[in-house]
Write a protein that binds this ligand. Structure first.
Ligand code: UD1
Length: 422
């Protein structure tokens, strides 16, 4: 059920203290789905407590897998799968549900997945998933809003998606791991979450090389075993806290981060004026002035992630100078702009480019969260605003940030969650 809660934030308190970064949502989701590839248990540490994770666990249970949580470990065992259908009710809330398609086809030879509906950040088609699972030998057709896929043993092949797709690459890697022969994925995504999934599949017995590059090679095996794995830290959550710091000022330490996966974000934050000390798995950061405006161009990893665009925009609204942001991955990822404008931001949009003229102050008001990262940008803007902001529809935030308001409160922010007043 969608939560009817809102955040109340009184801005202008600098951030100070230490924050522990949770496991990465975008690594946890495909790794949980990879549990379908074996009858043996998989045991995962550091799975974040998020609504998207709850949705994928619900979906795995719907398919017949056993899921449990013990001592901070999430355990999945897919030895009793009795169903290969992902219904609309589960898929509509989270497009990453498409990640069960590859594993179901590879291990059970069939899948019936509801087509994900529209999405506020763009059309987000799944044509590449379908085209290349077909190239592996699956017969796939559309019927009444469902992807219906069947296959005998999948056969390795060479695939080259027309666009770099993260969940697409993950679906191909999972399916090809149990295919006959060798699969090469050209034009593969090389996001750190792909590498995380590859490491996990290798622990399960898969033969994968080239992950982290544009060319991944997978030699299919007949059987995958259970495995234990620790989900890597969430680079987007870490980047979100640092954008908040650069916007509001103060001094924070991030614990449990992989700084080498955050190079583009850290580079931009340095340009904005953030002082950064980099450790092996920590970051110590300080900001004691107004940020400098920075230009942003989103692109595939190792470029600046589209998932950081909205947070940088929030920072730029109160920065010294004018900046431009160009969104190159999704065609409608500026849903936060009208809400930021309502708080006093000066932003104009022309196609996929936004021009942001830094203002002296933002002012608290009531705003509505429209998607996950847009919600994070509104939180950052609210923390920098004069007076009180109420952010409605925060269920978007709960999809991808673990205990965000608790973590911010520990850093000294004046933020609380409240039931929505009718
Ligand atoms: C993943 C991330 C999301 C991130 C995005 C881009 C997960 C669960 N989600 O989403 O947080 O914002 O990568 O880094 O990991 N495309 C097609 N056809 C397809 C697939 C994709 O045209 O079959 C297009 C998309 O519309 C988009 C681009 O390719 O324009 C990249 O999308 P993709 O990398 O697939 O995004 P997701 O994997 O859905």
């Amino acid at each position: 059920m969608i939560s009817n809660e809102e955040l109340h934030i009184v801005g202008e308190s600098p951030l100070k203290g230490e924050v522990y970064i949770s496991g990465a949502k975008n690594a946890a989701l495909p790794i949980l789905c990879a549990g379908l590839l074996t009858e043996e248990p998989i045991i995962l540490n550091n799975v974040p407590e998020l609504d998207d994770v709850k949705t994928i666990l619900k979906l795995l249970e719907h398919l017949g897998a056993k899921t449990s949580k013990k001592n901070n470990q999430t355990i999945i065992q897919a030895d009793t799968i009795h169903n290969t259908e992902a219904p609309y009710d589960l898929v509509k809330t989270m497009r990453a549900s498409i990640l069960v398609l590859g594993p179901l086809l590879a291990r059970y030879g069939e899948a019936r997945i509801s087509l994900p509906g529209g999405c506020s950040i763009g059309q987000r088609p799944v044509d590449q998933h379908i085209k290349f699972l077909s190239a592996l030998g699956a017969e796939i057709r559309m019927e009444q809003g469902f992807i219906i896929a069947k296959s005998k043993k999948l056969q390795g092949t060479v695939i080259k998606p027309d666009v770099v797709t993260v969940t697409g690459t993950e679906n191909f890697m999972m399916a090809a791991s149990l295919a006959k022969g060798t699969t090469i994925i050209e034009n593969a995504a090389c996001e750190p979450e792909i590498t995380d999934l590859a490491h996990f599949l290798i622990q399960m017995g898969a033969k994968i090389t080239g992950h982290g590059t544009r060319r991944i090679k997978i030699e299919g095996v007949n059987y995958l075993n259970g495995a234990k794995y620790v989900i890597s830290p969430d680079r987007i959550e870490a980047g979100t806290f640092l954008c908040a710091l650069a916007t509001i000022g103060g001094c924070i330490n991030l614990i449990n981060v992989n700084p080498h996966e955050m190079t583009s974000t850290l580079h931009k934050l340095k340009e904005a004026g953030l002082e950064i000390e980099i450790g092996q798995n920590w970051l110590k950061c300080k900001m004691n002035k107004k940020p400098n405006a920075v230009n942003i161009n989103t692109s595939e990893y190792p470029g600046l992630a589209t998932d950081m665009q909205a947070q940088f925009m929030a920072m730029n609204t109160v920065a010294n100078g004018t900046s431009s942001i160009t969104e190159n991955i999704f065609e409608n990822r500026y849903m936060h702009v009208p809400e930021l404008r309502r708080m006093g931001a000066d932003i104009t949009i022309d196609g996929n480019q936004a021009i942001i003229r830094g203002v002296n102050k933002l002012y608290g008001t009531t705003v509505k969260a429209t998607d996950l990262r847009a919600s994070a940008s509104l939180v950052i803007a609210a923390l920098a605003s004069k007076g009180k902001t109420i952010i409605e529809s925060i269920y978007h935030l709960d999809r991808g940030y673990e205990k965000m308001e608790e973590k911010l409160r520990m850093l000294g922010a004046n933020i609380l969650r409240a039931p929505r007043k009718e």
